[in-house]
Design a protein around this ligand. Structure first.
Ligand SMILES: NC(=O)c1ccc[n+]([C@@H]2O[C@H](COP(=O)([O-])OP(=O)(O)OC[C@H]3O[C@@H](n4cnc5c(N)ncnc54)[C@H](O)[C@@H]3O)[C@@H](O)[C@H]2O)c1
Length: 466
């Protein structure tokens, strides 16, 4: 099939590449000329594990193209996906100007090219309930006939950055929102190769499809937030959230996933989607109480670690060197949109801290936000040199089993604030670290650190710290 993808970001690029991998001919459009130039040069503009191999193969085999010109992409394409931004507006509602603007451009082009055949416009962006109707109305306002010249489909995307390619290639479910049998048939054909193992393609009406995406994200954000609240209570009552997580996760009604306490959710989706759903409910006269609480608690949780550091140093942060490991909003991505690390960094900068940061993939995106206000270390250990504490904000695998001896040698104080619960509190104390995590007990550090434990973590001789 011939496809156009409008918006070549995290979703559009993965979508286009994976469709090409299944033999479709795909043309990706973006208004960002630098991004398209890069893609045409053979460089990926984002870090997404596993994407490169498909991108290179399909480009080489001539099934994957990139352009800044929507007009170039439209003539041949039977299905046009909109993978455009839907950022939150002032009042929390999703800003639909990108989606509706491009829909208008496509409709105008179709009227000017009456020889063009039937086209399906697919909303892959996360959009409020009723958006498919609004897009259809735009086409109808130009005299185009639904079912004959075009159809509008809602096809929300559930991929997770960091495992986006796997998620797209083997989705747990595909949701197709349309009441047009013709569009449903074409969309089903398009997705069949991705669900050969038997996962379902659910065809439903547009509004239910749009709502499914918000319900999924709002539920997941609530699950995380619930665990963060449990963690906060655990700290106060002397329980350990890790044990509690294991204890409840084995109940199949609850499930083991998404129960990790931390420093609040971030990313480009959860915060904006929770806000947008709360706003939609409000527009329809319903106060979605849980979502308001989720947003409030999450704000508090994102400040937690910075406040803990502030309290520890009794507010004396001016000029104090602190190291930060992890800038991306979660592991395996370079995305820093709404990253908890950035909230923490901003707070600490306000108090005059001197921050040295490191992330395996998100340094450039962080530099684009903070510029020279931070020092960017070339490696995770270099970030520690002379720092009076380490603050961990992202759960990258390489932070899970570090060389603790080397860390001790480099840090000016063996003090760690861990927002991702990467280490065992007791073992950290035995290695002489003062270690604070989320929802777990704090043990006073041993005055004489266990040399066996430290040596077993060591990947060098542990003396030079180099
Ligand atoms: N990122 C995710 O994990 C994820 C997952 C599921 C759904 N979504 C949803 O998918 C949508 C896209 O998200 P994203 O993360 O890919 O965003 P993104 O910002 O990475 O990509 C959007 C792209 O659209 C381009 N664009 C803007 N206006 C354009 C125009 N007029 N014509 C052509 N291109 C234009 C931008 O330059 C950008 O490259 C959002 O609605 C988001 O909520 C995102």
């Amino acid at each position: 099939m011939k496809l156009a993808i409008v918006g070549t970001g995290y979703v559009g690029l993965v979508t286009g590449t994976c469709f090409a991998e299944m033999g479709n001919e795909v043309i990706c459009v973006d208004i960002d000329a630098r991004k398209i130039e890069k893609l045409n040069r053979g460089e990926l503009p984002i870090f997404e594990p596993g994407l490169e191999i498909y991108y290179e193969r399909n480009r080489r085999e001539g099934r994957l193209h990139f352009t800044t010109s929507l007009e170039d992409a439209l003539p041949e394409s039977e299905v046009i996906f909109l993978a455009l931004p839907t950022p939150p507006g002032e009042d929390g509602s999703a800003d639909l100007s990108y989606v509706l603007g491009v829909a208008d451009q496509i409709a105008r082009w179709m009227v000017a090219h009456p020889e063009t055949g039937y086209k399906i416009i697919v909303n892959k962006s996360t959009v409020p309930v009723g958006t498919a109707d609004r897009v259809r109305e735009i086409f109808e306002s130009y005299g185009l006939k639904a079912g004959e010249q075009f159809d509008v489909v809602s096809n929300p995307e559930f991929l997770r950055e960091g495992v986006a390619v796997d998620d797209f290639m083997k989705p747990e479910r595909v949701i197709i929102g349309t009441r047009s049998p013709r569009a449903a048939e074409i969309m089903t054909q398009l997705y069949e190769p991705f669900v050969r193992q038997g996962n379902p393609i659910l065809v439903m009406d547009e509004r239910s499809s749009e709502m499914t995406k918000y319900a999924a994200n709002a539920f997941l954000a609530t699950k995380i937030t619930f665990m963060n609240e449990i963690a906060n209570v655990c700290e106060r009552v002397g329980a350990n959230v890790d044990e509690v997580r294991r204890g409840i996760g084995l109940d199949s009604r609850i499930g083991k996933q998404f129960l990790y306490a931390g420093i609040g959710f971030g990313g480009s989706c959860f915060p904006k989607d929770v806000k947008a759903l709360a706003r939609t409910a409000e527009e329809y006269g319903y106060a979605f109480q849980i979502l308001k609480a989720v947003l409030d608690v999450n704000e508090r949780q994102r400040r937690l670690l910075a406040e803990r550091v502030y309290d520890y140093f009794e507010g004396q942060l001016e000029g104090r060197r602190l190291a930060v490991w992890g800038l991306a909003f979660k592991a395996n991505t370079d995305d820093v949109r709404e990253a908890p690390s950035h909230v923490i960094i901003r707070k600490l900068l306000e108090h005059g801290a001197d921050l040295v940061v490191f992330d395996p993939e998100a340094m450039a995106n962080t530099r684009a936000v903070f510029g020279d206000a931070l020092t960017y270390a070339p490696g995770m250990y270099e970030a520690l040199d002379g720092a009076e504490a380490l603050i961990i904000c992202t759960e990258w695998n390489e932070f899970r089993r570090p060389d603790f001896q080397r860390m001790r040698n480099r840090l000016a104080r063996p003090l760690i604030f861990d927002g991702r619960n990467l280490y065992h509190p007791k073992r950290m104390a035995e290695m002489g670290f003062e270690y604070y995590s989320i929802g777990r007990p704090h043990y006073p550090p041993h005055a004489n650190p266990d040399p066996v434990l430290l040596a077993s973590s060591s990947t060098t001789d542990g003396k030079t710290g180099a």
